[in-house]
Design a protein. Sequence first.
Length: 187
Amino acid sequence: MLNWYLIGVLILAVIAGFAGVDNFIVKKNLRLRKKIPKTFSIIFAALSYTPLVVIVLYFIPLICLFRQGDIYTMAALTASCSLALGLAFLGKYIFARVRPFGHTTYLGKIDSAFPSAHTAGSFAAAFALAVFCPKFAIAFFALASLVAASRMYLQLHFFSDVAAGILIAYLMMQLALGSSLLLFLGF
């Protein structure tokens, strides 16, 4: 069942970001980065490292679920993450928003900030895993939140990019779990 309050708050966060909160947070981030030791940047860079995120929030849970024989949850996790990442990359292609300070990543010219695919994938995994493994929900959401925060701290995304990534993750998880999609696929 959709949580309309969460959806509303995330939509308002995206709108607020475009209305000036993004610039405010970027300025605060610049001041914060001057005060914090370089080791903190290294930690955030590690948290934002794509293979680490994929391994910790997708492959390790997938292996655990496989060992338990829980094919349905494996399908739900895979569908949620695939849909969220697919929509996030489609959004990047459509909006083509420049990253803070014009940073570029390995994607080069097609690189775009809006929405954050790291955040979308991390939160899609966290939302799906929290449904099926509620005793570890806090750990899943803590890690996804650290990934989202690291993207802003490293100046690769604006606040609104991260909020849009969370919104996409939630909606795609709801689509994967709340519709007949998994039944249609044979699960």
